[in-house]
Design a protein. Structure first.
Length: 543
C-alpha cells in the first residue's frame, strides 16, 4: 500500500496543531522580562507542592471509584446494575467549576447545611462546633473526584467487558475467588486502559482553573493565570506552562517505563459473555451504595439544586437570549467535535501504517495540547493566528482586512488543539484492536491505504469514532478559559454566561444556563453508555 500518501495530510495537521505550542515554547525561550528567578524564589515550590497533592488526591479518588464501580456493573449482578451502567457516566456532564459553586453555596458557613445544624443543635458560633472547610485543598479534591472519575470508569468498563469469560472460568477452576480474580487477572489486563484514564484525569486536574481559583488554591494553573493577568507577563506564564508540560510528560514516561517489560494481552480464540457473580443480601446492598454515592454527589444533588434555583431565580421572560446562547454552544461544540475527530482519525491511522520515526514523533507531539492550560494555549493560538493574518494580508496585498482571529474558526482550532488527545487516544485504542490481518487482506484485494481506511477500518471502529466525538463534544460544552479569551465580540456560550454571573456573585441566576450545560452533556453520555452495552447485552443471561 502507498502509505506515504498519508504523510502530507499528517504533516499538515501536525504542524497546524503544533503551531500554538511552538508559539508558547518560543515565548518561554525568549522572554521579554526576567521574572523566572522571582518565581523560583517565591511561589514555584508552593505551586509544585500543592499541584502534586491535588493530583495524588484526585488520582487515587478517581481510581478507587472508577475501577470499583466498573468492576461491579460489568462482572457482578445486583439490584440496579443496569441503571448504574449508564448513570455512572452522568457526572461527566457537570464541569468542576459548576459543582464547586454549588457545594460552596451549600456547605459554607452561611450555607443551608451549616445553618440547619446550628438551628438543630442550638450552636451560636463556629467555636461551638467543627465543620470541614469547603474552600480548601481537600474540598477541591472532593469536587474534582466526583466529576472526573467517569474517565477511569469508562475505560475500565470497556476493558473489563472485552475480557473473555474463559479467562475468568480458568481462574475459578484454580480456586480463585472474585477478589483474587480481580487483582490477579482483570486488573493486570486492564492496566493500559487504567493508565490512560488516570492520565486524562490528571491532565484535567492540571488544566482546571475555575475550581482552584474559586477555592484560592495556589496550583500551577492558578499561578500561570496570575502571572499572566496580574503580573502582566505572558512570557512568565509561558515558562510556567513549559515547566508544567515537562512535568506531565515525565509522569507519562514514568508510567510507560514502569510497564516496559510487561504485556497485557488476551489471547483467547473466542470471546464468551462474562458470567457475572450473583450478589445477594448485604453484598448486593453494599454494591448498590458503592455505585450510588458517586452519582448522588456528582450528579443528582447538584442537578436538583440547579433545578430548584432555575425556577426561583431565572427570568423566563428572557428566553430569546437563553436559546441563542444555547445554540451558540451546541453549534460550536458540534463543529469542534467533528473537526477534532477527523484529525484524530488521520493521525491514528497514520501511526498505524507509518513506521517512520519522524512521522510518529510528530503525531505524538501534536497530542500534548491537552496538557497545556487553556488560557495559555489561547495566547499561543492568538499569536499563531496573528501571524497567519499577516501572511494572508501580505499574499493578497491588503492592509488589515483579512482576519481569522475574530471568527469562530479560531475557537474551533483552539478546541482541536486542546482536545485532540481525547480523540486520538480513543481512535488509537480502537485501531489497536483491529488485527493486522485486515490490512493484509485489504492489500491482496488491491486496496490502497486510503480505501482501506474508509472501507475497512472506519466501519470497524465506528463506535470508537463516535465515542471520540462524544468525549470532545462534552468537553467543548464545558470549556471556559479559551472561550472567554478567543470568542468573537458579543458571542456568548453557556459556559461564559455562567462565568459572568458567578463573577458578579449571582450564580443562582445562571442556574438554568448551568443546567443546560449538564443536560446537553447527559444525552451523549447515555448514548456512549449504550454503545458499550450493545456489545455485551447478553452478559449475565447465561449465569
Amino acid at each position: 500500500m502507498q502509505t506515504k500518501k498519508f504523510d502530507f495530510p499528517i504533516l499538515l495537521i501536525t504542524l497546524m496543531i503544533a503551531g500554538p505550542i511552538i508559539a508558547i515554547l518560543w515565548l518561554a525561550s525568549f522572554p521579554s522580562d526576567d521574572i523566572w528567578k522571582h518565581l523560583i524564589q517565591t511561589v514555584l515550590f508552593r505551586y509544585t507542592y500543592t499541584t502534586c497533592f491535588l493530583m495524588i488526591g484526585v488520582g487515587i479518588g478517581t481510581l478507587l471509584i472508577g475501577v470499583s464501580s466498573a468492576w461491579l456493573v460489568t462482572c457482578c449482578e445486583f439490584s440496579g446494575r443496569r441503571h448504574f451502567e449508564w448513570a455512572l457516566l452522568l457526572p461527566m456532564a457537570i464541569p468542576a467549576y459548576i459543582i464547586a459553586f454549588i457545594y460552596t453555596d451549600l456547605l459554607e458557613y452561611s450555607g443551608t447545611v451549616q445553618e440547619s445544624l446550628r438551628i438543630f443543635f442550638s450552636w451560636k458560633s463556629p467555636s461551638d462546633y467543627w465543620f470541614p472547610e469547603i474552600r480548601s485543598l481537600g474540598g477541591a479534591i472532593f469536587m474534582m473526584t466526583f466529576v472526573l472519575y467517569p474517565y477511569v470508569y469508562l475505560l475500565s468498563r470497556v476493558s473489563f467487558a472485552e475480557q473473555s469469560s474463559s479467562i475468568i472460568e480458568v481462574s475459578r477452576t484454580l480456586g480463585r475467588g472474585p477478589w483474587d480474580t480481580f487483582f490477579r487477572i482483570s486488573m493486570p489486563l486492564a492496566r493500559p486502559s487504567l493508565a490512560i484514564g488516570v492520565s486524562l484525569v490528571l491532565m484535567e486536574v492540571l488544566n482546571d482553573f475555575g475550581t482552584v481559583d474559586f477555592f484560592a488554591i495556589e496550583t500551577f494553573t492558578a499561578g500561570i493565570y496570575d502571572v499572566w493577568m496580574n503580573m502582566d507577563s505572558i512570557s512568565g506564564a509561558s515558562q510556567l506552562s513549559v515547566a508544567l508540560l515537562i512535568f506531565v510528560l515525565f509522569l507519562l514516561f514514568t508510567e510507560k517505563w514502569g510497564r516496559r517489560k510487561q504485556t497485557f494481552s488476551n489471547n483467547t480464540k473466542t470471546k464468551k459473555p462474562i458470567r457475572r457473580y450473583q450478589l445477594q443480601g448485604y453484598k448486593s446492598s453494599i454494591s448498590f451504595f458503592v455505585c450510588l454515592i458517586p452519582i448522588l454527589f456528582g450528579f443528582i444533588l447538584p442537578s436538583l439544586i440547579l433545578i430548584r434555583d432555575s425556577f426561583i431565580f431565572y427570568d423566563f421572560g428572557d428566553n430569546f437570549e437563553f436559546l441563542k446562547t444555547m445554540s451558540n454552544s451546541f453549534i460550536l461544540s458540534s463543529l469542534s467535535a467533528v473537526t477534532t475527530t477527523i484529525f484524530g482519525i488521520f493521525l491514528g491511522y497514520g501511526q498505524r501504517i507509518r513506521k517512520n520515526k519522524f512521522i510518529r514523533g510528530l503525531i505524538r507531539f501534536c497530542s500534548i495540547g491537552y496538557a497545556i492550560p487553556g488560557s495559555v494555549l489561547a495566547v499561543g493560538v492568538i499569536i499563531f493566528f496573528g501571524k497567519i493574518d499577516e501572511f494572508l494580508n501580505f499574499i493578497f496585498e491588503v492592509t488589515g482586512e483579512i482576519s481569522l482571529s475574530g471568527t469562530l474558526i479560531i475557537i474551533i482550532y483552539a478546541y482541536s488543539v486542546r482536545f485532540l488527545a481525547l480523540s486520538f487516544g480513543s481512535i488509537e485504542s480502537s485501531l489497536s484492536k483491529v488485527t493486522p490481518n485486515m490490512d493484509a487482506a485489504s492489500r491482496t484485494l488491491g486496496m490502497n491505504s486510503r480505501k482501506t481506511l474508509f472501507k475497512v477500518h472506519i466501519p470497524i471502529i465506528q463506535k470508537g469514532v463516535l465515542a471520540s466525538a462524544i468525549l470532545v463534544f462534552v468537553d467543548c460544552m464545558k470549556e471556559l478559559p479559551m472561550t472567554l479569551i478567543l470568542r468573537p465580540f458579543n458571542f456568548e456560550t453557556l459556559s461564559t454566561n455562567v462565568y459572568q454571573f458567578a463573577s458578579d456573585e449571582l450564580f443562582e441566576e445562571s442556574a438554568l444556563t448551568a443546567l443546560a450545560i449538564v443536560l446537553t452533556g447527559v444525552i451523549p453520555v447515555i448514548i456512549l453508555s449504550n454503545i458499550i452495552s450493545s456489545e455485551n447485552n447478553q452478559i449475565g443471561e447465561n449465569t
